[in-house]
Ligand binder design. Sequence first.
Ligand SMILES: *Cc1c(COP(=O)(O)O)cnc(C)c1O
Length: 400
Amino acid sequence: MPGFELFGDQEKIQVQDVLDTGVLMRYGFDGMRKGRWKTLELERALSARLGVKYVQMVSSGTAALTVALASAGVGAGDEVILPTFTFVASFESVLAVGAVPVLVDVDDTLTLDPQAVEKAITGKTKVIMPVHMCGSMADLGALSKLCQKYGLLLLEDACQAIGGSYKGKPLGSYGDLGCFSFDYVKTITCGEGGAVVTKHERYHKNADHYSDHGHDHVGNDRGAEDHPFLGYNYRISELNAAVGLAQIARLDEFLSIQKKNFAILREAFSTIPGITFRRVPDGGEESCAFLSFFLPDEAKAKAAHQALGAAGIDGCFYWYDNNWHYYRKWRHLIGKKSLGKLPEEVLNGLPDYDRSDFSKSDYWVGRNLSCLIKLGWGESEVQMRAKTMAGVLRSVLGDR
Ligand SMILES: *Cc1c(COP(=O)(O)O)cnc(C)c1O
């Protein structure tokens, strides 16, 4: 990750194909487009790759999460359980449909702790939204049991984990709904783009209409189409889809590079006393977009983060202090700072996160470093990097 590192001729050819007809919109203009339907083709390619029947492309990963929630009928006052460690987009999508984001602890998988999830379930809970952060996954088996027990939906935020799998199923395809992002820094990119995947025909139909102003897409005269319910515009453009079409064809190539580079770094760190790796649930296979590991305590993690930076190692994240990925810095959410008035249901329903006890999350995230696995590294570059990093980590841990 990220896929833009390896842009080449395929991306150019696909984009040129769209510019040749000038039809930048995914719907309509049948006569002008000379049979070119990039978004439709990308939906089919994703459906085949992920083994899931329905795919709806949209304008971003945030849009995908929003459309997924709306498609499943999630609305004002409904509660959605999600982790303290994720990108802000996950809770933004919940707020966008007027629902309440209920934050819950993560464990040593760096994703939702199933026990903490069960404790957070109330009569208003509609959805459990695990986020497969940094290329590895939540315990989907345990979470889907909870969904069955309490009659909830399982919605996977797989935006950072395309290519990973759980019990043989691609991440994003296991739950009722799954969402992907193809923004500029993801494993494969459209520039901006996202996808909602589902095995349920009804949710797909809802997503198809909702993401295009409620259009029912019956017939071939857009102006004459009906609007069975309210929608918005979350459409992707053909130009963005064209880039994605070139990139999806290269997903397996990207994943094999990630795996190889990941293995070299992991091997180099595995003999360092005091370093442990994030736990991957049984039956899970990481996408290897990041290598995530723990130091013995918060002070050592901070020191290691600083020392790696000083040694010229880029792309290693200490999420605990990060503005965008961990609840501690989400002052805008915690303080309910919005431009206009939030819905009453959100104002009244949002837990007081200043008083919440997320010490379990702090314990794990406070000791974690996650290092981006790049696609563009050459073999000797990764070896050098592994050696430098291992040296820095050993010295921080006093192992010389
Ligand atoms: C990137 C990302 C999103 C949102 O994707 P955009 O396409 O940037 O809107 C959502 N969730 C997670 C975990 C992400 O990393």
